[in-house]
Design a binder for this molecule. Sequence first.
Ligand code: UD1
Ligand code: MG
Length: 460
Amino acid sequence: MALSAAIILAAGEGTRMRSSKPKVLHTLAGKTFLNRVMNSVSALNPDTLAVVVHYQAERVAAAARSYDERVTIVNQDDIPGTGRAVQCAMAQLQEHGALDGVVLIAASDMPLLDADTLNRLLAFHEQSGNGATVLTTILDDPTGYGRIIRDSEGNVLRIVEQKDANSSELAVHEVNTSVYVFDAMLLAEAIANLNSDNAQGEFYLTDALETAKAHGAVGAFAASDPLSVEGVNDRMQLAALAKAHNARVCEHWMREGVTILDPDTTWIEDDVRIARDAVILPGCFLQGHTVIGEGAEVGPYTTLISAVIDAEAHVERSRVQKTHIGRAANIGPWTYLRPGNDLGEESKAGAFVEMKKAHIGNGTKVPHLSYVGDADLGEHTNIGGGTITANYDGVHKHHTTIGSNVHVGAGNLFVAPVEVGDDVTTGAGSVVRHDVPAESMVYSENTQHVVEGWKPEWER
Ligand code: UD1
Ligand code: MG
Protein backbone atom coordinates (compact mmCIF):
# COMPACT_ATOMS: atom_id res chain seq x y z
CA MET A 1 0.00 0.00 0.00
CA ALA A 2 1.37 3.43 -0.90
CA LEU A 3 2.15 5.61 2.09
CA SER A 4 1.56 9.28 1.47
CA ALA A 5 3.42 10.30 4.62
CA ALA A 6 5.23 8.90 7.62
CA ILE A 7 5.46 11.08 10.73
CA ILE A 8 8.14 10.28 13.30
CA LEU A 9 7.68 11.94 16.70
CA ALA A 10 11.00 13.19 18.05
CA ALA A 11 10.13 16.45 19.80
CA GLY A 12 10.12 15.22 23.38
CA GLU A 13 12.97 15.86 25.82
CA GLY A 14 12.98 12.42 27.32
CA THR A 15 12.99 13.76 30.88
CA ARG A 16 13.18 10.31 32.39
CA MET A 17 16.61 9.73 30.75
CA ARG A 18 17.98 12.61 32.92
CA SER A 19 20.33 13.60 30.13
CA SER A 20 21.65 16.75 28.48
CA LYS A 21 21.13 14.90 25.21
CA PRO A 22 17.67 14.47 23.66
CA LYS A 23 16.43 10.94 24.24
CA VAL A 24 16.17 10.04 20.57
CA LEU A 25 19.91 10.70 20.11
CA HIS A 26 20.88 8.06 22.65
CA THR A 27 22.22 4.92 21.02
CA LEU A 28 21.46 1.23 21.07
CA ALA A 29 24.09 -1.05 19.51
CA GLY A 30 25.92 1.87 17.96
CA LYS A 31 23.03 3.70 16.28
CA THR A 32 20.75 6.41 17.66
CA PHE A 33 17.11 5.55 18.31
CA LEU A 34 16.15 8.12 15.68
CA ASN A 35 18.47 6.62 13.07
CA ARG A 36 17.05 3.17 13.70
CA VAL A 37 13.40 4.23 13.51
CA MET A 38 14.05 6.37 10.40
CA ASN A 39 15.76 3.39 8.69
CA SER A 40 12.81 1.09 9.37
CA VAL A 41 10.20 3.65 8.34
CA SER A 42 12.14 4.62 5.17
CA ALA A 43 12.04 1.00 4.07
CA LEU A 44 8.29 1.51 3.46
CA ASN A 45 9.05 4.28 0.92
CA PRO A 46 6.66 6.98 2.18
CA ASP A 47 6.16 9.88 -0.24
CA THR A 48 7.15 12.19 2.60
CA LEU A 49 9.16 11.28 5.69
CA ALA A 50 8.55 13.90 8.38
CA VAL A 51 10.36 14.16 11.71
CA VAL A 52 8.79 16.37 14.40
CA VAL A 53 11.31 18.23 16.57
CA HIS A 54 11.16 20.74 19.43
CA TYR A 55 13.52 19.98 22.34
CA GLN A 56 17.05 20.84 21.09
CA ALA A 57 15.35 21.13 17.72
CA GLU A 58 18.44 22.07 15.70
CA ARG A 59 20.45 19.18 17.06
CA VAL A 60 17.75 16.60 16.42
CA ALA A 61 16.99 18.06 12.96
CA ALA A 62 20.67 17.95 12.00
CA ALA A 63 20.87 14.32 13.06
CA ALA A 64 17.72 13.48 11.09
CA ARG A 65 19.13 15.17 7.96
CA SER A 66 22.41 13.30 8.35
CA TYR A 67 20.49 10.00 8.22
CA ASP A 68 18.34 11.05 5.26
CA GLU A 69 18.81 14.41 3.55
CA ARG A 70 15.30 14.28 2.01
CA VAL A 71 13.62 14.34 5.43
CA THR A 72 10.96 17.00 6.12
CA ILE A 73 11.53 18.69 9.49
CA VAL A 74 8.43 19.83 11.40
CA ASN A 75 8.85 22.18 14.35
CA GLN A 76 6.38 21.49 17.13
CA ASP A 77 5.32 24.65 19.01
CA ASP A 78 5.42 25.04 22.80
CA ILE A 79 2.23 23.05 23.37
CA PRO A 80 3.28 19.61 24.62
CA GLY A 81 2.04 16.16 23.76
CA THR A 82 2.18 13.49 21.09
CA GLY A 83 -1.17 14.73 19.74
CA ARG A 84 0.18 18.27 19.35
CA ALA A 85 3.21 16.86 17.50
CA VAL A 86 0.90 15.26 14.94
CA GLN A 87 -1.25 18.40 14.67
CA CYS A 88 1.88 20.41 13.81
CA ALA A 89 3.03 17.78 11.31
CA MET A 90 -0.35 17.55 9.57
CA ALA A 91 -0.64 21.36 9.38
CA GLN A 92 2.71 21.51 7.58
CA LEU A 93 2.12 18.48 5.35
CA GLN A 94 -1.28 19.84 4.27
CA GLU A 95 -0.07 23.38 3.56
CA HIS A 96 -0.48 22.79 -0.16
CA GLY A 97 -3.69 20.77 0.01
CA ALA A 98 -5.18 17.87 1.89
CA LEU A 99 -3.25 14.61 2.05
CA ASP A 100 -4.95 11.53 0.77
CA GLY A 101 -4.00 7.90 1.19
CA VAL A 102 -2.48 6.51 4.32
CA VAL A 103 -0.30 8.12 7.02
CA LEU A 104 1.99 6.17 9.35
CA ILE A 105 2.86 7.66 12.74
CA ALA A 106 5.65 6.28 14.93
CA ALA A 107 7.34 7.39 18.13
CA SER A 108 11.13 7.51 17.86
CA ASP A 109 11.91 6.04 21.27
CA MET A 110 11.45 2.45 20.08
CA PRO A 111 14.89 1.55 18.76
CA LEU A 112 14.10 -2.00 17.67
CA LEU A 113 11.09 -1.12 15.52
CA ASP A 114 11.63 -3.07 12.29
CA ALA A 115 10.35 -2.72 8.73
CA ASP A 116 8.87 -6.20 8.79
CA THR A 117 6.51 -5.34 11.66
CA LEU A 118 5.54 -2.08 9.92
CA ASN A 119 4.81 -3.88 6.64
CA ARG A 120 2.56 -6.34 8.41
CA LEU A 121 0.77 -3.49 10.17
CA LEU A 122 0.14 -1.76 6.83
CA ALA A 123 -1.08 -4.97 5.21
CA PHE A 124 -3.45 -5.57 8.12
CA HIS A 125 -4.75 -2.00 7.91
CA GLU A 126 -5.46 -2.39 4.20
CA GLN A 127 -7.19 -5.77 4.57
CA SER A 128 -9.32 -4.69 7.51
CA GLY A 129 -10.69 -1.64 5.72
CA ASN A 130 -10.46 0.29 9.00
CA GLY A 131 -9.82 4.01 9.03
CA ALA A 132 -7.23 3.72 11.79
CA THR A 133 -5.11 0.87 13.11
CA VAL A 134 -2.96 0.98 16.23
CA LEU A 135 0.01 -1.34 16.64
CA THR A 136 -0.23 -3.05 20.01
CA THR A 137 1.61 -5.75 21.90
CA ILE A 138 0.98 -7.89 24.95
CA LEU A 139 3.44 -7.35 27.79
CA ASP A 140 3.93 -9.31 31.02
CA ASP A 141 4.60 -5.99 32.70
CA PRO A 142 2.61 -3.19 30.98
CA THR A 143 3.62 -0.53 33.53
CA GLY A 144 4.01 2.92 31.98
CA TYR A 145 2.27 2.17 28.70
CA GLY A 146 -1.12 3.29 27.45
CA ARG A 147 -3.63 0.41 27.72
CA ILE A 148 -5.85 -0.76 24.86
CA ILE A 149 -9.47 -0.77 26.04
CA ARG A 150 -11.82 -3.06 24.12
CA ASP A 151 -15.54 -3.72 24.43
CA SER A 152 -17.02 -7.13 25.28
CA GLU A 153 -16.87 -8.13 21.60
CA GLY A 154 -13.18 -7.24 21.42
CA ASN A 155 -13.58 -4.03 19.40
CA VAL A 156 -11.06 -1.31 20.24
CA LEU A 157 -12.73 1.54 22.09
CA ARG A 158 -9.88 3.80 23.17
CA ILE A 159 -6.44 4.03 24.75
CA VAL A 160 -6.01 5.01 28.38
CA GLU A 161 -2.68 6.32 29.62
CA GLN A 162 -1.17 4.73 32.74
CA LYS A 163 -1.59 7.97 34.69
CA ASP A 164 -5.28 8.29 33.75
CA ALA A 165 -6.25 4.63 34.14
CA ASN A 166 -8.45 3.09 36.83
CA SER A 167 -7.57 -0.21 38.47
CA SER A 168 -9.45 -2.41 35.99
CA GLU A 169 -7.84 -0.57 33.06
CA LEU A 170 -4.41 -0.96 34.67
CA ALA A 171 -4.96 -4.72 34.70
CA VAL A 172 -4.97 -4.81 30.87
CA HIS A 173 -1.77 -6.25 29.36
CA GLU A 174 -2.35 -5.14 25.77
CA VAL A 175 -0.53 -1.84 25.29
CA ASN A 176 -0.20 0.97 22.77
CA THR A 177 3.21 0.85 21.04
CA SER A 178 2.86 4.43 19.71
CA VAL A 179 2.73 3.29 16.09
CA TYR A 180 -0.45 3.98 14.11
CA VAL A 181 -1.74 3.92 10.55
CA PHE A 182 -4.52 6.38 9.70
CA ASP A 183 -6.36 7.22 6.55
CA ALA A 184 -5.20 10.80 6.06
CA MET A 185 -8.68 12.39 5.96
CA LEU A 186 -9.74 10.59 9.12
CA LEU A 187 -6.51 11.59 10.89
CA ALA A 188 -7.11 15.25 10.07
CA GLU A 189 -10.57 15.04 11.65
CA ALA A 190 -9.46 12.96 14.63
CA ILE A 191 -6.78 15.40 15.76
CA ALA A 192 -8.82 18.54 15.13
CA ASN A 193 -10.30 18.79 18.62
CA LEU A 194 -7.75 17.33 21.04
CA ASN A 195 -7.56 18.84 24.51
CA SER A 196 -5.20 18.62 27.45
CA ASP A 197 -7.83 17.55 29.93
CA ASN A 198 -5.79 14.70 31.45
CA ALA A 199 -3.32 13.83 34.21
CA GLN A 200 -0.30 15.15 32.28
CA GLY A 201 -1.97 18.27 30.83
CA GLU A 202 -0.81 17.32 27.34
CA PHE A 203 -2.44 16.86 23.94
CA TYR A 204 -2.50 13.06 23.74
CA LEU A 205 -2.40 11.43 20.31
CA THR A 206 -4.05 8.45 21.94
CA ASP A 207 -7.27 10.49 22.29
CA ALA A 208 -7.44 10.75 18.48
CA LEU A 209 -8.33 7.07 18.33
CA GLU A 210 -11.59 7.56 20.19
CA THR A 211 -12.57 10.43 17.89
CA ALA A 212 -11.54 8.35 14.87
CA LYS A 213 -13.82 5.60 16.10
CA ALA A 214 -16.80 7.95 15.96
CA HIS A 215 -15.99 8.62 12.27
CA GLY A 216 -14.98 5.16 11.09
CA ALA A 217 -13.88 1.72 12.14
CA VAL A 218 -10.77 1.47 14.30
CA GLY A 219 -8.66 -1.66 14.67
CA ALA A 220 -5.61 -2.97 16.45
CA PHE A 221 -2.82 -5.18 15.17
CA ALA A 222 -0.67 -6.97 17.72
CA ALA A 223 3.07 -7.17 17.01
CA SER A 224 4.22 -10.74 17.53
CA ASP A 225 7.60 -9.69 18.89
CA PRO A 226 7.34 -7.38 21.94
CA LEU A 227 11.05 -6.45 21.72
CA SER A 228 10.51 -4.85 18.31
CA VAL A 229 8.04 -2.34 19.75
CA GLU A 230 9.34 -1.72 23.25
CA GLY A 231 9.73 1.94 24.16
CA VAL A 232 12.74 3.34 26.00
CA ASN A 233 11.96 6.02 28.54
CA ASP A 234 14.82 5.62 31.02
CA ARG A 235 18.33 4.16 31.31
CA MET A 236 17.12 0.92 32.90
CA GLN A 237 14.85 0.23 29.94
CA LEU A 238 17.73 1.09 27.59
CA ALA A 239 20.08 -1.35 29.31
CA ALA A 240 17.48 -4.11 29.35
CA LEU A 241 16.53 -3.65 25.69
CA ALA A 242 20.17 -3.42 24.56
CA LYS A 243 20.96 -6.63 26.43
CA ALA A 244 17.97 -8.49 25.03
CA HIS A 245 18.82 -7.33 21.50
CA ASN A 246 22.48 -8.29 21.90
CA ALA A 247 21.52 -11.74 23.17
CA ARG A 248 19.58 -12.24 19.94
CA VAL A 249 22.46 -11.04 17.79
CA CYS A 250 24.85 -13.41 19.58
CA GLU A 251 22.35 -16.25 19.20
CA HIS A 252 22.09 -15.52 15.47
CA TRP A 253 25.87 -15.84 15.04
CA MET A 254 26.06 -18.98 17.17
CA ARG A 255 23.42 -20.55 14.91
CA GLU A 256 25.61 -19.56 11.95
CA GLY A 257 28.50 -21.56 13.41
CA VAL A 258 30.41 -18.99 15.44
CA THR A 259 31.66 -19.95 18.92
CA ILE A 260 30.88 -17.26 21.48
CA LEU A 261 32.24 -18.35 24.81
CA ASP A 262 30.28 -15.83 26.87
CA PRO A 263 27.39 -14.03 25.13
CA ASP A 264 26.80 -12.02 28.32
CA THR A 265 30.07 -10.12 27.84
CA THR A 266 30.22 -10.12 24.04
CA TRP A 267 28.64 -7.09 22.34
CA ILE A 268 28.06 -7.33 18.61
CA GLU A 269 26.58 -4.49 16.54
CA ASP A 270 24.12 -5.15 13.73
CA ASP A 271 26.37 -4.52 10.71
CA VAL A 272 29.13 -6.92 11.87
CA ARG A 273 29.68 -10.08 9.78
CA ILE A 274 31.32 -13.24 11.20
CA ALA A 275 32.26 -16.39 9.29
CA ARG A 276 31.79 -19.90 10.67
CA ASP A 277 34.25 -21.42 13.09
CA ALA A 278 35.37 -18.02 14.27
CA VAL A 279 35.83 -17.99 18.05
CA ILE A 280 34.90 -14.94 20.11
CA LEU A 281 36.30 -14.98 23.65
CA PRO A 282 34.76 -12.98 26.54
CA GLY A 283 34.83 -9.20 26.82
CA CYS A 284 34.73 -8.28 23.13
CA PHE A 285 33.05 -5.31 21.44
CA LEU A 286 32.54 -5.94 17.73
CA GLN A 287 31.40 -2.66 16.20
CA GLY A 288 30.69 -0.83 12.96
CA HIS A 289 31.27 -2.76 9.75
CA THR A 290 33.66 -5.29 11.27
CA VAL A 291 34.15 -8.49 9.26
CA ILE A 292 35.66 -11.61 10.85
CA GLY A 293 36.92 -14.47 8.68
CA GLU A 294 36.55 -18.21 9.07
CA GLY A 295 38.39 -19.72 11.99
CA ALA A 296 39.67 -16.39 13.27
CA GLU A 297 39.99 -16.02 17.05
CA VAL A 298 39.14 -12.71 18.70
CA GLY A 299 39.59 -11.83 22.35
CA PRO A 300 39.47 -11.93 25.21
CA TYR A 301 38.94 -8.19 25.83
CA THR A 302 39.20 -6.90 22.29
CA THR A 303 37.44 -3.98 20.60
CA LEU A 304 37.12 -4.12 16.82
CA ILE A 305 35.73 -1.00 15.13
CA SER A 306 35.08 -1.52 11.41
CA ALA A 307 38.06 -3.88 11.30
CA VAL A 308 38.49 -6.64 8.72
CA ILE A 309 40.02 -9.78 10.20
CA ASP A 310 40.86 -12.50 7.67
CA ALA A 311 40.58 -16.24 8.27
CA GLU A 312 42.70 -17.89 10.97
CA ALA A 313 43.98 -14.58 12.35
CA HIS A 314 44.25 -14.08 16.13
CA VAL A 315 43.55 -10.79 17.88
CA GLU A 316 43.95 -10.76 21.65
CA ARG A 317 43.35 -7.95 24.18
CA SER A 318 43.61 -5.22 21.56
CA ARG A 319 41.85 -2.25 20.06
CA VAL A 320 41.65 -2.30 16.27
CA GLN A 321 40.02 0.41 14.17
CA LYS A 322 39.55 0.52 10.37
CA THR A 323 42.39 -1.92 9.80
CA HIS A 324 42.73 -4.95 7.58
CA ILE A 325 44.41 -7.92 9.24
CA GLY A 326 45.58 -10.62 6.82
CA ARG A 327 45.10 -14.37 7.05
CA ALA A 328 46.72 -16.06 10.06
CA ALA A 329 48.20 -12.81 11.34
CA ASN A 330 48.81 -12.50 15.09
CA ILE A 331 47.80 -9.37 16.97
CA GLY A 332 48.24 -8.63 20.65
CA PRO A 333 48.10 -8.77 23.51
CA TRP A 334 47.75 -5.02 24.17
CA THR A 335 48.07 -3.80 20.60
CA TYR A 336 46.54 -0.54 19.43
CA LEU A 337 45.84 -0.38 15.70
CA ARG A 338 44.52 3.06 14.78
CA PRO A 339 42.81 3.63 11.43
CA GLY A 340 44.37 2.89 8.08
CA ASN A 341 46.61 -0.15 8.58
CA ASP A 342 46.91 -3.10 6.24
CA LEU A 343 48.69 -6.10 7.76
CA GLY A 344 49.71 -8.97 5.49
CA GLU A 345 49.27 -12.71 5.86
CA GLU A 346 51.03 -14.29 8.84
CA SER A 347 52.29 -10.92 9.94
CA LYS A 348 52.54 -9.95 13.61
CA ALA A 349 51.86 -6.86 15.71
CA GLY A 350 52.77 -7.87 19.24
CA ALA A 351 52.51 -6.53 22.76
CA PHE A 352 52.42 -2.75 23.27
CA VAL A 353 52.68 -2.04 19.57
CA GLU A 354 50.85 0.95 18.12
CA MET A 355 50.29 1.39 14.39
CA LYS A 356 48.64 4.02 12.20
CA LYS A 357 48.50 4.04 8.39
CA ALA A 358 51.07 1.24 8.32
CA HIS A 359 51.30 -1.28 5.50
CA ILE A 360 52.96 -4.46 6.69
CA GLY A 361 53.93 -7.12 4.14
CA ASN A 362 53.29 -10.84 4.42
CA GLY A 363 55.26 -12.53 7.19
CA THR A 364 56.60 -9.25 8.59
CA LYS A 365 56.75 -9.04 12.36
CA VAL A 366 56.65 -6.12 14.78
CA PRO A 367 56.67 -8.12 18.00
CA HIS A 368 57.32 -5.72 20.90
CA LEU A 369 56.91 -2.15 22.16
CA SER A 370 56.99 -0.28 18.87
CA TYR A 371 55.28 2.59 17.07
CA VAL A 372 54.87 2.23 13.32
CA GLY A 373 53.04 5.16 11.73
CA ASP A 374 52.82 6.35 8.09
CA ALA A 375 55.06 3.48 7.04
CA ASP A 376 55.41 0.76 4.42
CA LEU A 377 57.21 -2.41 5.47
CA GLY A 378 58.01 -5.12 2.89
CA GLU A 379 57.70 -8.88 3.37
CA HIS A 380 59.44 -11.09 5.93
CA THR A 381 60.99 -8.15 7.70
CA ASN A 382 61.56 -8.26 11.45
CA ILE A 383 61.44 -5.14 13.58
CA GLY A 384 63.41 -5.22 16.84
CA GLY A 385 61.66 -4.37 20.11
CA GLY A 386 61.28 -0.72 21.03
CA THR A 387 61.58 0.61 17.48
CA ILE A 388 59.90 3.88 16.55
CA THR A 389 59.10 5.57 13.27
CA ALA A 390 59.49 9.27 14.06
CA ASN A 391 56.88 10.48 11.58
CA TYR A 392 56.02 13.92 12.93
CA ASP A 393 58.27 16.98 12.85
CA GLY A 394 55.80 19.09 14.79
CA VAL A 395 54.09 20.38 11.65
CA HIS A 396 53.96 17.63 9.03
CA LYS A 397 53.71 13.83 8.98
CA HIS A 398 56.42 12.02 6.98
CA HIS A 399 56.69 8.56 5.52
CA THR A 400 59.03 5.67 6.34
CA THR A 401 59.66 2.87 3.85
CA ILE A 402 61.45 -0.32 4.90
CA GLY A 403 62.01 -3.08 2.32
CA SER A 404 61.63 -6.86 2.48
CA ASN A 405 63.85 -9.27 4.45
CA VAL A 406 65.13 -6.43 6.60
CA HIS A 407 66.42 -7.16 10.13
CA VAL A 408 65.94 -4.12 12.29
CA GLY A 409 67.84 -4.26 15.57
CA ALA A 410 66.23 -3.39 18.89
CA GLY A 411 65.57 0.22 19.79
CA ASN A 412 65.88 1.74 16.32
CA LEU A 413 64.62 5.20 15.44
CA PHE A 414 63.63 5.92 11.83
CA VAL A 415 63.50 9.67 11.34
CA ALA A 416 61.03 10.17 8.49
CA PRO A 417 61.10 10.80 5.62
CA VAL A 418 63.50 7.89 5.20
CA GLU A 419 63.79 4.83 2.97
CA VAL A 420 65.56 1.54 3.69
CA GLY A 421 66.14 -0.99 0.87
CA ASP A 422 65.61 -4.77 0.85
CA ASP A 423 67.92 -7.20 2.69
CA VAL A 424 69.28 -4.58 5.08
CA THR A 425 70.40 -5.25 8.65
CA THR A 426 70.44 -2.42 11.19
CA GLY A 427 72.40 -2.37 14.44
CA ALA A 428 70.71 -2.08 17.82
CA GLY A 429 69.96 1.49 18.85
CA SER A 430 70.49 2.92 15.37
CA VAL A 431 69.09 6.33 14.55
CA VAL A 432 68.40 6.10 10.83
CA ARG A 433 68.16 9.64 9.40
CA HIS A 434 69.21 8.99 5.80
CA ASP A 435 68.19 6.49 3.15
CA VAL A 436 69.91 3.10 3.30
CA PRO A 437 70.65 1.16 0.07
CA ALA A 438 69.59 -2.49 -0.38
CA GLU A 439 71.85 -5.33 0.80
CA SER A 440 73.77 -3.28 3.33
CA MET A 441 74.26 -2.96 7.06
CA VAL A 442 73.67 0.27 8.92
CA TYR A 443 74.46 1.25 12.48
CA SER A 444 74.88 4.59 14.13
CA GLU A 445 77.65 5.51 16.55
CA ASN A 446 76.54 5.36 20.14
CA THR A 447 79.59 5.60 22.33
CA GLN A 448 79.50 3.80 25.65
CA HIS A 449 81.20 5.64 28.54
CA VAL A 450 82.05 3.97 31.85
CA VAL A 451 82.79 6.10 34.95
CA GLU A 452 84.31 3.74 37.47
CA GLY A 453 83.44 4.03 41.15
CA TRP A 454 80.68 6.61 40.48
CA LYS A 455 77.96 7.05 43.10
CA PRO A 456 74.86 9.26 43.15
CA GLU A 457 75.27 12.45 45.19
CA TRP A 458 73.07 11.27 48.05
CA GLU A 459 75.29 8.24 48.56
CA ARG A 460 78.58 10.07 48.47
C1 UD1 B 1 3.45 7.08 24.64
C2 UD1 B 1 1.95 6.85 24.49
C3 UD1 B 1 1.55 5.58 25.22
C4 UD1 B 1 2.35 4.42 24.65
C5 UD1 B 1 3.85 4.71 24.73
C6 UD1 B 1 4.61 3.62 23.96
C7 UD1 B 1 0.80 9.03 24.33
C8 UD1 B 1 0.04 10.05 25.08
N1 UD1 B 1 1.22 7.98 25.05
O1 UD1 B 1 3.74 7.29 26.00
O2 UD1 B 1 0.17 5.33 25.04
O3 UD1 B 1 2.06 3.23 25.37
O4 UD1 B 1 4.15 5.96 24.10
O5 UD1 B 1 5.98 3.75 24.15
O6 UD1 B 1 0.98 9.17 23.15
N2 UD1 B 1 6.90 13.43 21.56
C9 UD1 B 1 6.76 14.52 20.71
N3 UD1 B 1 6.20 15.65 21.20
C10 UD1 B 1 5.75 15.75 22.48
C11 UD1 B 1 5.88 14.62 23.33
C12 UD1 B 1 6.44 13.48 22.84
O7 UD1 B 1 7.17 14.47 19.54
O8 UD1 B 1 5.26 16.82 22.85
C13 UD1 B 1 7.54 12.21 21.05
C14 UD1 B 1 8.72 11.79 21.88
O9 UD1 B 1 9.92 12.37 21.37
C15 UD1 B 1 8.69 10.28 21.76
C16 UD1 B 1 7.24 9.95 21.51
O10 UD1 B 1 6.63 11.16 21.12
O11 UD1 B 1 9.44 9.82 20.66
C17 UD1 B 1 6.56 9.36 22.74
O12 UD1 B 1 6.70 10.25 23.82
P1 UD1 B 1 6.91 9.71 25.29
O13 UD1 B 1 6.99 10.88 26.18
O14 UD1 B 1 8.00 8.72 25.33
O15 UD1 B 1 5.49 8.99 25.53
P2 UD1 B 1 5.20 7.77 26.51
O16 UD1 B 1 5.01 8.30 27.88
O17 UD1 B 1 6.19 6.72 26.33
MG1 MG C 1 8.01 6.65 25.38
